[in-house]
Design a protein around this ligand. Structure first.
Ligand code: ADP
Ligand code: ADP
Ligand code: MG
Length: 462
């Protein structure tokens, strides 16, 4: 049992740190919360067995500071590090440094992160596994001349995408050669500044596509899928509202999609939890791989709700050397689940960040309701980090019941002290097209523009 986890350092913050601590506790693993100074009094700090301050508020001095995290692990006697999502979770050099320090990185090996984290390289790997990719450049493009030549076969409109991009950033559209000529050098420069690499590639822009992704779990030897998540409701290429399973796939399409993901996972000997993202054309029924996230994803709970499988516990068990005892035939879809991301953003002011002090807080409760959050009354949301406050997750016996429970859950929620996206979710749940599953990745932004007035807060109190 020398490779099992006996103490876990949680190298993240917010709701995902709480989620990881809870999974570790369920497995009897003591935890250490690695916190910035701004998070010293946070809920993860309270829930963990120990706290280590890793640096000042700024993420580059704390949650992105690999050396400080390794030192915190050494000082606390932790032998494993869970990176959560964002921050260093897809940083191959960090994963490698963790292993070189004699610790367990809860996630795939550095080689896998490097290979799949480079989006152009991931496309090549997917193609080699027989998984269809969006038509685009064979790999990275070094200069404008080769981009213009390649664009003739890819076709316009197309996207210029940063190989190292993520979080919805590093993507630009070009409708013709003139726009490509203008945007290409800007995309390279922006990629260099934001992601430390100027590598970019081209992809055909697929209109009216749905974002559907497949959750997989592997132990390096074998892999299974936990079906798909529908994540088409996006703003600025970031997910806002997700559901599982997708309301549009036929059983045959679901099987083909999920099996392609498992094939790719097996091909690369994937270890841990991962997600393969696809664009799905509901008119033709075709799907195209876009990228892989080699980490736990924000929206993982909806897959847990429909399968009854705890993904974060499995990440820890696999990292601790256990083999995956789940068999594909034992994993079934039970009902439907929705996730509403509650952000400290003001939908009436173009989603302007609105961190503040949590004044009143009441979470909903009852059958099929799950809240993932680090908030408590009196907590001050720091302005330094991501705006995610909570994920309201609901599960129902079918999609209609999930929607009904979601509405009841929103009505029972009381969160004052800052503007949030709760009002937006109310409108989404009531929208006939959303209830009908009739939307794609281009739906939400114009929908929001039309409803700006409805999202405005009630007249300010005198
Ligand atoms: P998910 O794919 O799990 O829905 P998101 O795309 O919302 O996740 O990203 C989760 C967090 O990780 C966000 O804070 C996002 O900004 C951050 N993130 C994701 N990829 C990158 C990246 N390549 N560089 C920097 N931050 C990233
Ligand atoms: P990130 O790494 O930032 O998550 P993705 O490649 O996953 O970037 O793309 C983010 C979102 O951008 C997708 O969910 C989709 O809405 C949109 N998108 C990406 N590629 C395409 C494409 N080829 N055509 C149309 N939309 C796309
Ligand atoms: Mg993505």
């Amino acid at each position: 049992m020398s490779n099992s986890i006996h103490k876990l350092l949680v190298a993240n913050r917010g709701e995902i740190a709480v989620r990881i601590i809870r999974a570790a506790q369920a497995l009897g693993i003591p935890t250490v919360a690695a916190c910035s100074e701004a998070d010293a009094q946070s809920l993860p700090a309270r829930l963990a067995d120990e706290v280590r301050i890793i640096g000042p508020a700024r993420a580059d001095k704390s949650y992105l500071n690999a050396e400080a995290l390794l030192q915190a692990a050494r000082d606390s006697g932790a032998n494993a590090i869970h990176p959560g999502y964002g921050f260093l979770s897809e940083n191959a050099a960090f994963a490698q440094a963790v292993v070189e320090a004699g610790l367990i990185f809860v996630g795939p090996g550095a080689d896998t992160i490097r290979r799949m984290g480079d989006k152009a390289e991931a496309r090549r790997t997917a193609r080699a596994a027989g998984v269809p990719v969006v038509p685009g450049s064979p790999g990275e493009l070094d200069d404008l001349a080769s981009a213009l030549a390649c664009a003739e076969t890819v076709g316009y409109p197309l996207l210029i995408k940063a190989s190292a991009g993520g979080g919805g950033r590093g993507i630009r559209i070009a409708h013709d050669a003139a726009e490509l000529s203008r945007e290409f050098p800007l995309a390279q420069r922006e990629a260099q500044a934001a992601f430390g690499s100027d590598a970019v590639y081209l992809e055909r822009f697929i209109r009216q596509a749905r974002h559907i992704e497949v959750q997989i779990l592997g132990d390096g030897q074998h892999a299974v899928h936990l079906f798909e998540r529908e994540c088409s409701l996006q703003r600025r290429r970031q997910k806002v509202f997700e559901e599982a399973p997708s309301p549009v796939l036929t059983a045959e399409q679901r099987q083909a999609l999920c099996e392609s993901a498992v094939r790719l996972a097996r091909d690369i000997g994937y270890r841990g939890a991962g997600t393969l993202e696809y664009l799905f054309d509901s008119h033709s029924g075709e799907f195209f791989f876009i990228e892989m996230n080699t980490r736990i994803q924000v929206e993982h709970p909806i897959s847990e709700m429909i399968t009854g499988i705890d993904l974060v516990q499995w990440m820890l068990r696999i990292a601790g050397g256990e083999s995956l005892s789940l068999r594909q035939d034992d994993i079934h879809i039970q009902g439907a689940a929705l996730e509403m991301r509650i952000n400290a953003e003001d939908p009436a002011r173009n989603f302007f960040p609105s961190p503040g002090l949590v004044e009143e807080l009441v979470w909903p409760q009852g059958e099929g309701i799950r809240v993932e959050s680090h908030l408590f009354e009196g907590y001050r949301v720091p302005a330094y980090y991501d705006s995610l406050l909570a994920k309201l997750v609901v599960h129902g016996g079918d999609r209609a019941e999930a929607f009904a429970r979601a509405e009841a859950a929103l009505d029972a929620t009381r969160l004052t002290g800052m503007a949030t996206t709760i009002a937006l979710h109310r409108l989404l749940l009531a929208d006939p097209a959303v209830r009908d599953g009739q939307f794609d990745t281009g739906t939400l932004e114009p929908w929001l523009a039309e409803r700006a007035a409805l999202l405005a807060p009630a007249a300010p109190e005198a």
